[in-house]
Write a protein of this length. Structure first.
Length: 196
């Protein structure tokens, strides 16, 4: 038992996602390394998009890991595994939101000052002296007001720090549509922040 735990911890740290997928396909026990690697980031992503509905986010996370395991044989390594598993999470959220009719609450933000600063920089909301013209709470409230499609790209870009290519893979959109979608989201954020 102790040896098995050490093996999983070591795998989680030193092996690539593709190596972990190969191991998980060969041994059911090796799938735990994938779960451990992605549990925290996926829960954070789902919680943020679900506007802090943490209980539902935990349930969706379990569904994501179940579906990932079921469809692991179908994983196409032409896209990064990270994008593939985030895509599954995105699809689960998209399926859940219309059923739940619970699209309220607040974006979960632990200590994301860097994310807030990036949003403020992108939106040009700094004064001449470099001081932010808005607070993290105001930014959080503005992100909360976004429709799901815009909130998704904002969360992926600023909080999950995904590249445009990764966002295109996750959202199943052409890469050329990511910048316009982000631009629309940024314009909406500016409007919400000016109203607040």
């Amino acid at each position: 038992m102790g040896f098995h735990r050490i093996w999983l911890d070591r795998d989680q740290q030193q092996y690539s996602d593709q190596a972990l997928v190969i191991q998980a396909l060969e041994s059911k026990g090796a799938y735990a390394s994938i779960v451990r690697r992605y549990e925290a980031p996926l829960l954070r992503y789902i919680s943020r998009v679900m506007r802090d509905d943490f209980a539902s986010a935990q349930k969706l996370l379990m569904e994501v890991f179940i579906k990932t395991y079921i469809y692991l044989n179908e994983y196409d390594d032409s896209i990064p595994f990270s994008s593939w598993i985030y895509r599954i999470a995105h699809d689960e959220i998209a399926d859940y939101l219309p059923r739940s009719k619970k699209d309220s609450g607040a974006v979960t933000i632990e200590d994301d000052s860097a994310s807030f600063t990036a949003i403020v920089d992108t939106l040009g909301l700094k004064g001449v002296d470099g001081q932010m013209l808005t607070t993290p709470e105001e930014v959080r409230a503005a992100v909360d007001q976004l429709d799901a499609r815009w909130r998704n790209v904002v969360v992926l870009k600023f909080f999950e720090e995904k590249t445009d290519e990764e966002m295109a893979d996750i959202l199943r959109l052409p890469i050329r549509s990511i910048e316009p979608l982000l631009s629309e989201a940024n314009e909406k954020l500016k409007i919400y922040l000016k109203k607040g």
